[in-house]
Design a protein. Structure first.
Length: 164
């Protein structure tokens, strides 16, 4: 038996500390996307904004449903829209933030497992990492370059290939 370690790397910016201009601009777009959220059940409004390689920004917000599994996260709304409307363009970065109706989010909003897997598939498809900017209403902002820093040992399509 061997014990192996996985190391991840991320940037952390203190509240009020200056983010790189492109990151702060994308985060501002994500904060605007929060306003389009439909979250009457969780009362947890999430916004995402992603930057395509041509400079276009695509926004997404969480969309809930009374039949809970039918809702969709902000990140997947944005990624799926970008992949369907701009299938040949790479996603360079995505910013994620949230606003709760009964408390202040004080830590970075990280993507759920399903969203992480969708980002992993997108990175694999485009052969390019995605910069992921995560922020709450208050507190630090965390940034990772590439989904491997949030989803090590991810499931990849080549595992579905049959061998003879």
């Amino acid at each position: 038996m061997k014990v192996k370690n996985i190391n991840i790397s991320f940037e952390e910016y203190a509240e009020g500390e200056q983010l790189p201009i492109s990151d702060s601009g994308l985060l501002k777009e994500a904060k605007q996307a929060v306003n389009n959220s439909y979250a009457p059940y969780s009362e947890f409004n999430v916004g995402a904004a992603l930057l395509l390689e041509n400079g276009v920004v695509v926004k997404g917000s969480n969309q809930e449903n009374a039949a809970y599994p039918l809702g969709l996260c902000a990140e997947r709304v944005a990624v799926f829209h970008a992949n369907s409307a701009y299938p040949k363009l790479k996603i360079i970065a995505i910013a994620i933030t949230a606003k709760a109706q009964h408390f202040v989010t004080q830590s970075p909003i990280t993507p759920c497992g399903a969203c992480r897997q969708v980002m992993a598939e997108t990175e694999n498809r485009q052969n390019h990492p995605i910069r992921i900017i995560m922020n709450g209403q208050e507190g630090v902002t965390q940034i990772v370059d590439g989904i491997e820093n949030l989803l090590p040992l991810s499931f990849k399509g080549e595992k579905l290939k049959k061998t003879k």
